[in-house]
Design a protein around this ligand. Sequence first.
Ligand code: NAI
Length: 677
Amino acid sequence: MSNEYKHWKINRDNNDIAWLHIDKADSKTNVLSAELFDEFEQIINELTDKPPKGLAILSDKESGFVAGADVKEFTRFETENEALTAINRAHTIFNKLEQLPCPTVALIHGFCLGGGMELALACKYRVADDDPKTKLGLPEVKLGIHPGFGGSVRSIRVMGAPAAMNFMLSGRNMSARVAKRQRLIHFATPKRHFVNAAISIINNPPKAKPLPFWIRLASYKQLRPLVAKMITKKVAKRAPRAHYPAPYALIELWVHHHDDPDEMLKKEASSVAQLIVGRTAQNLIRVFTLQDELKSLGRYEDFAPKHVHVIGGGVMGGDIAAWCAFSGFTVTIQDQKKEALANVSTRAYRLYKKRLKINRLITSAMDRLIPDPKGNGLKRADIIIEAIFEDAKVKQDLFKSIEPIVKPDAILATNTSSIPLDEINIALKDPSRLVGLHFFNPVAMMPLVEIVKSPTTDEDVSKKAAAFTKQINKLPLPVTSTPGFLVNRVLMPYLMEAMILANEGVPLPIIDKAATDYGMPMGPIELADTVGLDICMHVAENLSKDMSIEVPEKLKDMVEKGFLGKKSGQGFYLFNKGKPVKGASTKDYTPPNDVQDRLVLRLLNEAVACLRDKVVETERQADAGIIFGTGFAPFRGGPFNYIEYRGQEQLIKMLEKLQSRHGPRFTANEGWLKPDN
Ligand code: NAI
């Protein structure tokens, strides 16, 4: 058998077991590129001609088994037919793998996602490393498609429709233990036992057990449409069909073709080929690559901080500290108030319990989070993050007092949301050390961190801050130290417009619906209530000094009366068990026809202004920042991608119309007119 492969290694041992190693050349991660498939086909053909006693497939990469198909190749399909040819090819290879007349075992550690999971599903047995780092998933819906290499048919076959549909429609990853429980894999065992496990399976192949009757029931012809209807209803709540067609295509695939697996495989391929060249998939794939681009800004070879010291254990500092400990760092958390520190521990425990589940892991995360009222951690920390009151003088005093104590190369970071860095760093002997690490609330949920640089900030310091951000699994976005940075600056005009609409008498649910119809995950009124009206007012007041935004009187009034939104139980909406009560039906109300345009165009106009003012360097970074910082409709690929799609000229005309109707706040920013924008 040939062993001259670029991305694979194969050897047959004395017992005629073939060990096939995936090791994509020049890459830290295995992804199924076209070139890797070429070789795989050759290998499978050779194995078909001369079958071994058994085949074990494993990865030589530390990162895991296979992270998926090569997403970059998805953007190169010009026609549906071209996509179909590529998908059919993968089908042919996986079908041949499935039909090998010997036991086949996938040995899975680390990431096993998308196409990688589908490869494993084409093996007769799956063994996964019983380690929290093992993540099995079919996350294709997040890219606007559904599994396309046989994964829909095979996952339903092994798990049963209810679990498999949930697995595919949520796109969520599973640990080895859960995967075992859900029948996705056969064994969960430590990686060191992989070789023995494979030999034992190949020597004594366990008999396949049929799925229990009650699981098969959901797939019965008569019941399927009913079950599908229930699943569709659930999906529609999260992902409207007009914006996200893939989940619906998957449900239909199952309903219509479950009884004929060969036909279902064929239809799976044509369904994905159609979806993948559509706008939603292309935009979601763009979002995926934007995310990778942000991650790559956090690359810094020799920077390996271990200890983080956080000062200020309030809403933000407490959660930042908990998150850093969750990510594996030793964290000391300092606050002038003892109760604040107790509160941090309680919140951290809640987070770890939810995310880590296993007691041993929860305990070690709690052990890494050390309450430090006296600030003993300062002298040992590699990174110090300040998250105390939003007051320039108080922050200056703090930095002045800690500068002589901290290590000379420790990074000094502030979480300020509105104070220019150059106003804080003047207190330092070496002002170039200060960088902004602007987290968003709630820290555990929000993927973005703005890396705020002032003209004084040392380039190396901001690069290290970005690297640290990546190390805590957040996405770093470099921004200049200008009012509102990027995210708050584009968000505020949009929120203020919503409040102006409310003031004009447009019912709140109508305003929110206009935004969710556009594709925002939550309407602006509900968002303002969720963020906290006091915080909104504070940010808006700060920004109003530099931007043409007016803080609505109603907002000030509500804050004064203690109506702060979700946290106080009453804001624009009344909250019941954390959910806004959206009140009576607005069926008889006819809203003005420009509600959505008013909201969206103020956001787009500000995004253009930010780029013109060079708050971020590129349109792609702006798109990424606004999607990951505000939740901006991901299927639209970001504001600039949307502007390109709609055309600048048309949007400028819309702004002019709105300006004549509603005033100068709709004046098109000069940035629009630049051809290179
Ligand atoms: P907070 O008021 O909840 O917490 C501040 C904490 O700092 C309090 O526990 C206080 O006891 C402590 N503190 C004050 N001075 C101190 C000192 N000298 N030494 C030790 N501890 C001290 O405030 P929050 O909301 O957490 O904000 C903190 C910072 O984060 C501010 O700069 C704010 O602008 C920024 N920020 C806030 C966001 C939010 O949504 N709350 C979002 C992003 C940034």
